[in-house]
Write a protein that binds this ligand. Structure first.
Ligand code: TMP
Length: 213
């Protein structure tokens, strides 16, 4: 199978993730690459419907296991409808969140059994693993304040600070376990400063380094 390049961007709330996804995609496009941007949950017609269910503040009674399966449902659809065909065609995909978010939020945050979460991630992704994961690290309390003041709190953002601190710890555990794939980027600073840090990492992917120079 011809493989493109699959980059994911991860982090807690309010880390500036979506801005950096856009900027990274623009940089890669400017170098002549065909870049597809997607987000999770969502990225497909079905996935965007699932996203509405997941983020709706009225769904306070959503069971953690049902929540986990809905994230995996959105992901399974995205993988088969968009990611695998795009990567098979040699395209570059930048994805705003992927399975590490499930491990961090539903595994570490909610406290669901990690081995089952990892197993379901594998089921949903058919084993697809990013070539590079940029983990934007930022203080959860500050990030939350930023995210909530920007758009009002959704269901996940309404969780207490302890939840978001566990999520951050979860992400850092994942990064420590897979340091080659998951690169921690300090998200403190201006968007330009963070962008420059990410640009350096992306150049460490040989196939991208060749076109970005
Ligand atoms: P976003 O606001 O960054 O688009 O992400 C939507 C929310 O869903 C965010 O609070 C993180 C959460 N989330 C999970 O809890 N598990 C997951 O697997 C994913 C992809 C996101």
């Amino acid at each position: 199978m011809v493989r493109g390049v699959f980059i994911t961007v991860e982090g807690c709330e309010g880390t500036g993730k979506s801005t950096q996804v856009q900027r990274l995609a623009e940089e890669l496009s400017a170098a002549g690459l065909v870049v597809t941007i997607v987000r999770e949950p969502g990225g497909t017609r079905v996935g965007e419907r699932v996203r509405e269910v997941l983020l709706d503040r009225e769904h306070v009674d959503l069971d953690p296991r049902a929540e986990l399966l809905l994230y995996e449902a959105s992901r399974a659809q995205l993988v088969r409808e968009v990611l695998l065909p795009t990567l098979a065609g040699g395209g570059v995909v930048v994805c705003d969140r992927f399975s590490d978010s499930t491990t961090a939020y539903q595994g570490y945050g909610r406290g669901l059994p990690l081995e089952e979460v990892v197993h379901l991630n594998r089921f949903a992704t058919a084993g697809l693993v990013p070539d590079l994961t940029v983990l934007l690290d930022f203080d959860p309390a500050e990030g939350l304040a930023r995210a909530v003041s920007a758009s009002g709190a959704d269901r996940l953002e309404s969780e207490d600070i302890g939840f978001h601190e566990r999520v951050r710890e979860g992400f850092l555990h994942i990064a420590a376990a897979e340091p080659e794939r998951v690169r921690v980027v300090d998200a403190v600073g201006t968007p330009d400063e963070v962008e420059a840090r990410i640009a350096r990492l992306v150049r460490e992917i040989p196939v991208l380094d060749a076109v970005l120079h």
